[in-house]
Design a protein around this ligand. Structure first.
Ligand code: ZN
Length: 105
């Protein structure tokens, strides 16, 4: 009889634990959803470079379209215009494509 009572008590504990875990998970899920949805709201739908928290200037790589910190970018002056690239590979790609363009046209 005592063994049966222990088993029942154990089962009740399991039930309570699983219910509380489920409730906690749902609570955390809601919190995470709320946190995830709010920043997207502000950042989406703008063509301008994403704002930085530190106020640093971001420049756009014309080859791959990536935004790079101006201090980390690879600058190149062409026709009086200063271009910024995320990497030397992108800069070389730009030089090659512009040369091709000039040769064909
Ligand atoms: Zn790039």
């Amino acid at each position: 009889m005592t063994i049966l009572a222990r088993i029942v008590r154990f089962l009740l504990w399991l039930l309570v634990l699983s219910l509380s875990v489920r409730a906690l998970r749902r609570l955390f899920g809601l919190l995470l959803e709320n946190r995830g949805s709010s920043p997207q709201h502000a950042a989406k739908g703008s063509a301008s470079p994403p704002p930085t928290k530190t106020g640093r200037h971001l420049v756009r790589d014309p080859v791959c379209g990536m935004y790079v910190d101006e201090t980390l970018s690879i600058p190149m002056r062409e026709d009086g215009e200063l271009l910024h690239f995320c990497s030397i590979a992108c800069r070389d790609a730009y030089v090659v494509s512009s040369k091709k363009f000039a040769a064909s046209g």
